[in-house]
Design a protein around this ligand. Structure first.
Ligand SMILES: Cc1cc2nc3c(=O)[nH]c(=O)nc-3n(C[C@H](O)[C@H](O)[C@H](O)COP(=O)(O)OP(=O)(O)OC[C@H]3O[C@@H](n4cnc5c(N)ncnc54)[C@H](O)[C@@H]3O)c2cc1C
Length: 424
């Protein structure tokens, strides 16, 4: 088992899980360096985890049944149908997911990071220098520190990745995600409203995913993400070619008005109300990017989560992939006596899978946003064929919601793998 003094850059979902993985794997000392000075609970909105992937991760000890969640059973693709409150179903799918607020998921992961891991908030990394003996990190506030191995869990703008693969950046997919979460839900006159149905409201040139998440105080919020290509005349206060986002409070009136007009025009009235009741200052924008790396680990550096792979969110598997990265890293760590072998095993276990998620995300994005079908004429049989054309095989193997953990890959490497086996 390899020990070592390890730094994890980034203390979000991938960072907390990876630190846990390194410690369980046998690292002597683990330090998380997180740029944000405050706690991260309030960041983001909803995140959904496929129930089968959740079960694997729970069995492996990375998530906890106590985290508040809201069940999703099916996904109803819905379009406006005159004044009908909930619209018309274009297609219906099984969608066994658990819906979380991002904050509770992060809090749970943070809680799981053992006390012997040092979590330093408000510590940004400006530069990474690797040599044959170790890695030196330069802090943005000044000062340097040396480690045996550094894991970049620093998201889509990763500074660790920049060092491993200079010039490799996420590529803008050509469209945006508008996001928000409204407190409570509007009154509904229809008895057909079922909150275990995730709604995907479709319109020409995009769609909007709507589902409920726990608000952390015993109530519910209505979480939504709307994907579409902004028209050329719309001024964007963003350079989309360089990875970026527009946080809450920064949405311009023009961008907000564009999205609201689209919602009023194309959404069934009830779902329009769910989105429109989110105030402008609480909505935000995440441009959609693709990113894959040639290697998850090289030399004394490794990547996890979005630092390694950004698959479009239509895959519904980014958080799952980040947690699985950690689990596979733990297994690789346990199985090898030196970092070179552990890193190589981790790389072999994750690089191709990451690329396949990115590929699936591109296919989904093309069909569901860039080149949408004629929803008006689509019937459920057309829908089924359209969906099958995207996943290309049985749904459980498609990667939608994340790929199942490979039983044999779990069994190959680790001597102490009982907890991993349970979920595979
Ligand atoms: C619109 C949208 C919807 C999504 N919905 C889902 C979903 O339903 N289900 C799902 O599974 N996934 C979803 N995802 C994907 C998921 O959110 C991400 O894959 C996941 O959160 C990645 O976590 P991470 O820890 O890798 O990155 P991040 O959460 O981005 O964390 C990176 C951390 O690194 C820190 N950091 C960055 N640079 C530095 C530095 N130089 N020094 C120190 N610290 C640094 C940052 O402050 C941050 O805390 C969605 C994504 C989007 C855009």
């Amino acid at each position: 088992m390899f020990g070592g003094n390890i730094a994890v850059v980034g203390g979000s979902i991938a960072g907390c899980a990876t630190a846990l993985a390194a410690l369980r794997g046998g690292a002597e000392k683990v330090t998380i360096l997180e740029r944000a000075a405050d706690r991260l609970q309030e960041r983001g909105v909803g995140v959904s985890l496929h129930r089968d992937r959740y079960a694997e991760l729970e069995a492996a000890g990375y998530v906890d049944a106590d985290m508040p969640w809201s069940p999703i059973d099916q996904r109803i693709w819905t379009m406006r149908d005159g004044e009908s409150e909930l619209g018309r179903a274009v297609g219906v799918q099984d969608a066994p997911f658990r819906a979380y607020s991002w904050g509770s998921l992060w809090s749970e992961l943070r809680r799981r990071v053992p006390a012997e891991v040092e979590y330093r908030s408000g510590v940004g990394i400006a530069a990474v220098e690797e040599d044959a003996e170790g890695v030196t990190l330069d802090f943005t506030a000044g000062g340097r520190e040396r480690f045996d191995v550094v894991i970049g869990a620093d998201g889509y703008r990763s500074v660790v990745r920049d060092t491993m693969f200079p010039g490799l950046r996420p590529t803008y997919a050509g469209y945006l995600g508008w996001r928000g979460a409204s407190p409570g839900a509007p009154e509904c006159g229809s008895s057909d409203l079922v909150w275990t149905d995730l709604r995907t409201v479709v319109f020409p040139g995009g769609h909007c995913v709507i589902y409920r998440i726990p608000d952390g105080a015993g109530g519910m919020r209505v979480n939504w993400v709307l994907y579409t290509t902004p028209p050329e005349h719309l001024a964007l206060p963003l350079n989309l070619q360089s990875p970026t986002s527009l946080p809450p409070g920064k949405l311009s009136t023009e961008l907000d008005a564009f999205a609201r007009d689209l919602v009023r025009k194309h959404f069934p009235p009830y779902w329009a109300e769910c989105v429109l009741r989110t105030p402008r200052e609480e909505s935000f924008i995440q441009p959609i990017y693709d990113l894959e790396v040639p290697h998850y680990a090289r030399g004394r550096l490794a990547l996890a989560g979005d630092a390694a792979t950004v698959a479009r969110p239509h895959t519904g598997g980014g958080a799952v992939k980040a947690l699985q990265d950690a689990l596979i890293l733990e297994q690789a760590w346990r199985a090898h006596d030196d970092w070179a072998a552990a890193g190589a095993a981790y790389d072999a276990g994750r690089t191709a899978l990451g690329a396949s998620m990115v590929d699936l995300g591109r296919t989904f994005g093309q069909a569901q946003v860039v080149d949408t079908p004629d929803w008006e004429t689509m019937r459920t049989s057309d829908f089924d064929a359209w969906w099958k054309g995207q996943i290309g095989g049985p749904e459980r193997n498609s990667g939608f919601g994340g790929h199942a953990l490979q039983k044999d890959s779990l069994e190959k490497d680790g001597p102490e793998k009982d907890s991993l086996k349970k979920g595979s």
